[in-house]
Design a binder for this molecule. Structure first.
Ligand SMILES: [Zn+2]
Ligand SMILES: [Zn+2]
Ligand SMILES: [Zn+2]
Length: 126
């Protein structure tokens, strides 16, 4: 039977309703300020942060640390698992820039970022 994981903390549950019925201790608004959110990607051997490319073997360990490329500011939030599949090339969903790793893609600012030219980093499409 497949498991459902929280994108914020890696808690697993046997159904979506039981997962999202409980509050999340790593919710972005603060511990217990919101509910678990369904991670919509597939189960992987290694999870990659969509903001910085940091890898970890579980969502729980990945989201346990703060992200130095978090959109809210360096260290202002936690790593978040990339929900797409592993690729040879990652493409920015805003401008189409390609890069071979999420880490190198998100290392540069995006000229077509919704917040303004260069106001944020490239974001890998799924
Ligand atoms: Zn959670
Ligand atoms: Zn990160
Ligand atoms: Zn871009």
């Amino acid at each position: 039977m497949s498991k459902f994981y929280c994108e914020y903390c890696g808690t697993s549950a046997s159904s979506v309703s039981s997962l999202t019925g409980n509050s999340c201790h790593r919710h972005p608004d603060g511990p217990g300020r919101g509910r678990h959110k369904l991670y919509e990607g597939s189960e992987k051997n290694q999870y990659t942060c969509k903001y910085c490319g940091t890898k970890s073997s579980t969502i729980s360990s990945l989201t346990g640390n703060s992200c130095y490329r978090h959109p809210g500011g360096s260290g202002k939030g936690r790593h978040a698992p990339y929900e797409g599949s592993e690729k040879n090339q990652y493409t920015c969903k805003y401008c189409g820039t390609n890069s071979s790793t999420i880490s190198s893609l998100t290392g540069n600012s995006c000229p077509r970022h919704p917040g303004g030219n260069g106001k944020g980093r490239h974001v890998p499409s799924l």
